[in-house]
Design a binder for this molecule. Sequence first.
Ligand code: DX5
Ligand code: ZN
Length: 226
Amino acid sequence: MSRRILYAPSLLSADFLNMENSIRSLEGEHDWLHLDVMDGCFVPNITFGPGFVGAVRERFPREVLDVHLMIDHPERLIDDFISVGPDYLTVHAEADHHIHRTLSRIREKGGKAGVSINPGTSEQLLRPLLPFVDLVLVMSVNPGFGGQSFIQPMIDKVTMLSRWRTAGHYSFLIEMDGGIGKHNAAMVAQGGTDVLVMGSAVFGAPEPARTLREIRTLVKEATDRA
Ligand code: DX5
Ligand code: ZN
């Protein structure tokens, strides 16, 4: 039986003036919604804050909201984000001097804690944190923008994380984000990724739901064969 792969379309590439319709255009073919919060400091772009995340939560109470904080000193805003009801709240290891404290705070407040690393950061930085997280997000582009090209060697980080997970009997999910689409989704899944984030490949397509179905089929065929 093939491993369950989850699909998390990123709203960064959706229509900001028509968000509700963008989400409905997925026709339930997705598993999670991925929300990219950017502060213009940690990354050279600005998106939205807790107000927007809360609005999505209110309108779509049953969706799994996967919030990716690309902000400096995320510890300052953890309580604000948790109060609007995300499922997963992910912070960057590079952005926080006391990342263990922040991850613990997310869990204490009832959230699922995620930690992420940029392409230039070694996965070794994550190792001491693995007992304390529900999700590890490996960036496969430099964060800040949609539509960039996948950085191939990042897949080796997934292989390593997956080994550490087995050895340590951990249960965190491994997510990959950036440059994923029809051309490489199967390879990303086969490399050991559990959650595929896709922005432009899904919302940039004329029919997002159909594209998701096609990608699911490609991935399933490849993982069944393996
Ligand atoms: C990039 C964001 C991604 C982005 C991915 O900084 O973290 O979630 O939406 O977009 P694509 O899939 O177009 O690379
Ligand atoms: Zn993201």
